[in-house]
Design a protein around this ligand. Structure first.
Ligand code: FES
Ligand SMILES: [Fe+2]
Length: 448
C-alpha cells in the first residue's frame, strides 16, 4: 500500500507537481507521425500532462506543438486555419508559427509593436521511429536525448507502432504492464472440465500467441504464484518472474521497466518479436498508450502487421481517433458465454482485457487500501524508484544517472535450471545481466 500523499505524488502529473516535473525531464511521445501526414494538414488537438496543446505541420513540413489557447482572448486554436507557415486563430486573426512567435496581429495598428510582445508556449519536437516526441521541461541547459530504446535504432521495416486511449491514471495502467503475475488468470483460457483440452480453447484473446508453445501456457496456468527477482539498472528495473516448469526447470518471464513511463512485455523467446508500451498522461484520469513491436533480427511480415492492426498482444483494436472499439462504455463487449467456456474474462483481446481490469480499479486507484503480496514485489520496487526519482529532482538532483544509450535493452522468456540465477539466465540469453543490448548497435551505456 501507499500513503495517500504518495499516491497523489505518484499519480498527479500536471504543471508544478513532482511527478509532472519528472515526466518533463524526459522526451515523451506525443502523437504518431502519421497523424500529421503532410504540410498544412489539419492540426491535432492534444492534451499532455494536463496541458491543452495543438500539434500542426507547417508549410515547410516542420512540426510545432503549442499551447492551444489563443493569448488574445483564449479561443481554441484547434479551430484555427493552418496556412503559410503558421496557425491563424479564426476569431480575430492572430497567427502563430511553430516556435510560438506571433507572426501576424491584424487587430493592432500597422505601426504598433504589440505583435513582438505576444507569444504562445511552444515545445521542442522531434520525429523518430514513427512518433513525434515532445520535450516539455525547462530549457536552461542543453536538451536531453530521446532514450535509445531498441525500436528507435531499427529500420521501420522491423517495427510496428500503434496508439490507444486508456480511461484511468497512467500509473495503474503501467503497473498492469509490469505485473506479470496476472497472466495466470487475466489472459488465460478458462478452466474447463477436461484440462487436456486446454490448448484447443486458446481462441479469442488469450495472451499466449500461436507462436507460443503449449508448455508455456501450461506452466503459467499451473503456477499462479511466480517468485519475483528485481534488478536495478541505470535506466530502470529488470523484473524476473520465475514459475515452476518441468523437472528441475524454471520458466522465467522477464520485463523491463524504463524511466519514467515505459514497460516491455515478458513473452518473447529468442527470435520472437519484442513488445513495449509507453504511458503518456493526458490528465490524471486518462492516458495515451503508445505501443511498439519490433523484431531485432528481421522485418515484420505483412501478415504480422495486419494482425497487430486488428488488435493483438499489446495492440488494441481502435477507431480512427485511437479509442479502443471494446472499452468501458460498452463493457468491452464482454461475452458471458465466452467467459464460461473460453477465456477467463469473456473479453476479446489481450490489450482490452488489460484495459478492462485496469480501468475497473477506478480512475485513480486508492493504493492506501491495497494488500500487496510477494507477487507484487515488482510494483513495489517501481513505486519506490519513481517516487525517489521525483524527490531527487525536487531537491535539485538528477533523478537518475541514465544516459540515452542505457535504454537499449531487451527482455523475454527463458527456461533454465532452478539453481541458475536471474543474472545468469539473462547473460545466457542477452550477454548481459540486465538485458543491455546497446553494444550491438555501437552504443556505450553506463552499465555496459
Ligand atoms: S481570441 Fe484568438 S485572435 Fe482573438
Ligand atoms: Fe496483461
Amino acid at each position: 500500500m501507499l500513503k495517500r500523499d504518495d499516491n497523489l505524488k505518484l499519480t498527479q502529473t500536471g504543471p508544478g507537481t513532482p511527478m509532472g516535473d519528472l515526466f518533463r525531464y524526459f522526451w515523451i511521445p506525443a502523437l504518431l507521425s502519421a497523424e500529421l501526414p503532410e504540410p498544412d494538414c489539419p492540426p491535432k488537438r492534444l492534451d499532455i500532462l494536463g496541458e491543452p496543446l495543438l500539434a500542426f505541420k507547417d508549410s515547410n513540413n516542420q512540426v510545432g506543438i503549442i499551447d492551444r489557447r489563443c493569448p488574445h482572448r483564449g479561443a481554441d486554436l484547434y479551430y484555427g486555419r493552418n496556412e503559410e507557415c503558421g496557425i491563424r486563430c479564426v476569431y480575430h486573426g492572430w497567427k502563430f508559427d511553430i516556435n510560438g512567435n506571433c507572426v501576424d496581429l491584424p487587430t493592432a495598428p500597422k505601426d504598433s509593436n504589440f505583435k513582438e510582445k505576444i507569444r504562445v508556449t511552444a515545445y521542442p519536437t522531434q520525429e523518430l521511429a514513427g512518433f513525434i516526441w515532445i520535450y516539455m521541461g525547462p530549457r536552461k541547459n542543453k536538451l536531453p536525448e530521446i532514450p535509445k530504446q531498441e525500436f528507435t535504432l531499427l529500420p521501420s521495416s522491423h517495427v510496428f507502432i500503434s496508439k490507444k486511449w486508456q480511461e484511468c491514471n497512467w500509473a495503474q495502467s503501467l503497473e498492469g504492464g509490469i505485473d506479470t503475475a496476472h497472466l495466470s488468470f487475466l489472459h488465460m483460457p478458462a478452466p474447463i472440465h477436461n484440462k487436456e483440452n486446454i490448448t484447443t480453447n486458446v481462441v479469442s484473446g488469450a495472451a499466449l500467441s500461436d507462436q507460443d508453445g503449449d508448455n508455456r501456457i501450461r506452466w503459467v496456468r499451473d503456477d499462479p504464484c511466480p517468485k519475483f527477482t528485481v534488478l536495478q539498472h541505470p535506466a530502470g528495473l529488470l523484473l524476473g518472474a520465475a514459475r515452476r516448469a518441468d523437472n528441475e526447470d524454471i520458466y522465467w518471464r522477464t520485463t523491463q521497466y524504463l524511466m519514467p513511463n515505459y514497460a516491455y512485455a515478458p513473452n518473447a523467446f529468442p527470435g520472437e518479436t519484442q513488445h513495449g508500451q509507453c504511458w503518456v498522461p493526458i490528465d490524471d484520469t486518462s492516458c495515451w498508450i503508445f505501443c511498439y513491436s519490433w523484431n531485432p533480427d528481421r522485418a515484420l511480415t505483412a501478415e504480422e502487421r495486419e494482425k497487430f492492426t486488428k488488435g493483438f498482444s499489446i495492440h488494441a483494436e481502435v477507431d480512427t481517433e485511437f479509442l479502443p472499439l471494446r472499452r468501458q462504455s460498452n463493457d468491452y463487449l464482454m461475452n458471458r458465454n465466452d467467459q464460461k467456456i473460453n477465456t477467463y474474462t469473456g473479453i476479446q483481446g489481450v490489450s482490452e482485457q488489460d484495459a478492462a481490469i485496469q480501468n475497473s480499479q477506478g480512475p485513480i486507484v486508492d493504493r492506501s487500501r491495497e494488500h500487496l503480496g510477494q507477487t507484487d514485489v515488482g510494483i513495489i520496487e517501481f513505486r519506490k524508484l519513481i517516487l525517489s526519482a521525483a524527490d531527487k529532482l525536487h531537491s535539485g538532483q538528477a533523478p537518475c544517472n541514465a544516459v540515452a544509450d542505457d535504454f537499449a535493452v531487451q527482455c523475454g522468456g527463458a527456461v533454465a535450471h532452478k539453481d541458475i540465477s536471474l543474472e545468469e539466465v539473462m547473460k545466457q540469453r542477452f550477454d548481459h545481466a540486465t538485458g543491455y543490448v546497446g553494444s550491438r548497435y555501437g552504443l556505450t551505456g553506463t552499465n555496459n
